[in-house]
Design a protein around this ligand. Structure first.
Ligand code: G1P
Length: 297
């Protein structure tokens, strides 16, 4: 069973300035919860019980969010605000541990994942990039990450979540090759197919396909050894993509085509889309929000 997940949260969030100047971008709220809460909930729903945050010294607000706020809890208890107290206590379920390690230098995503090595050990684990929200509301009780973890457990092949992107945007992502690629080809939604390669942020005319890596990975402990050997690549950073390319040469790695929707909350428009989607179906404010949208459109 895959029980551990790494969430690299050390990034400085330059795409979200000025909001992210003194608030970590992961703490910016979508409706009434910080973005990071949705990502942790996704991991927990898929069966993860140990979350490893790879953090930066300027972003302790994330660690505080997942810690107990004793004074606040005592005050709420004293005032009988038990519903609010429950909201606080539900942030992390009692059987889930949130652990924090630091990435002292911004050397890239691959380096960030490598910083979690001592905590993860040799066991397979998931990686969730906290900028990306994966919305599986259309399939209650079934998540893409859950499918990926089940596929790993069944066949032992690493799982990399992908979705199709317009050709002109391939240079923003890791792009996978499956052998005999053609636009629109590859695994169907909810299915996996063997990968033959992956390249970080290729030029549109050099990209092996239009299937982009979305920010959810299920990987074996072996990846740490490969990350330790990975030299700086695209953007002069140690890329997780390059270590995955090395892993493909040793063992099966599969591209899993997602069924849900993604929102890139590291970008302003992606964040607004997420807010619209989550607010419109929010149990408390959904009706009022939809009425508001009608009023302003
Ligand atoms: C990272 C990964 C890239 C992936 C992307 C998904 O890039 O390096 O392979 O496609 O996340 O969001 P970043 O967005 O950090 O530049």
């Amino acid at each position: 069973m895959i029980r551990k997940a790494v969430l690299p949260v050390a990034g400085l969030g330059t795409r979200f300035l000025p909001a992210s100047k003194s608030i970590p971008k992961e703490m910016i709220t979508v409706v009434d919860k910080p973005v990071i809460q949705y990502v942790v909930d996704e991991a927990v729903a898929a069966g993860v019980r140990e979350i490893v945050l790879v953090n930066h010294s300027a972003k302790t607000a994330i660690e505080n969010y997942f810690d107990v706020h004793y004074e606040l809890e005592t005050e709420l208890e004293k005032k009988g605000k038990l519903a609010l107290l429950k909201v606080l206590r539900d942030i992390v379920p009692p059987d889930v541990r949130v652990i924090s390690v630091r990435q002292g230098k911004p050397l890239g995503l691959g380096h960030a994942v490598l910083c979690a090595r001592e905590v993860i050990g040799d066991a397979p684990f998931a990686v969730l990039l906290p900028d990306v929200l994966v919305d599986n509301a259309a399939t209650p009780g079934q998540t893409d990450l859950g499918h990926m973890m089940a596929a790993f457990e069944k066949h032992g092949a690493s799982q990399i979540m992908v979705e199709q992107v317009p050709r002109e945007r391939v240079d923003q992502y890791g792009i996978v090759s499956l052998g005999g690629d053609a636009p629109g080809a590859g695994p169907g939604p909810g299915e996996s197919a063997a990968m033959t390669g992956v390249v970080e942020k290729p030029k549109p005319d050099e990209a092996p396909s239009d299937l982009s890596v979305v920010g959810r990975y299920v990987l074996p402990g072996r990846i740490f050894e490969l990350l330790a050997q990975t030299k700086p690549g695209a953007g002069n950073e140690i890329q997780l993509t390059d270590a995955i390319a090395a892993l493909i040469k040793e063992q099966p790695v599969e591209a899993y085509r997602m069924t849900g929707k993604t929102y890139d909350c590291g970008s302003k428009v992606g964040y607004l889309q997420a807010t619209l989607a989550y607010a419109a179906r929010h149990p408390e404010v959904g009706d009022a929000f939809r009425a508001l949208v009608r009023q302003y459109s």
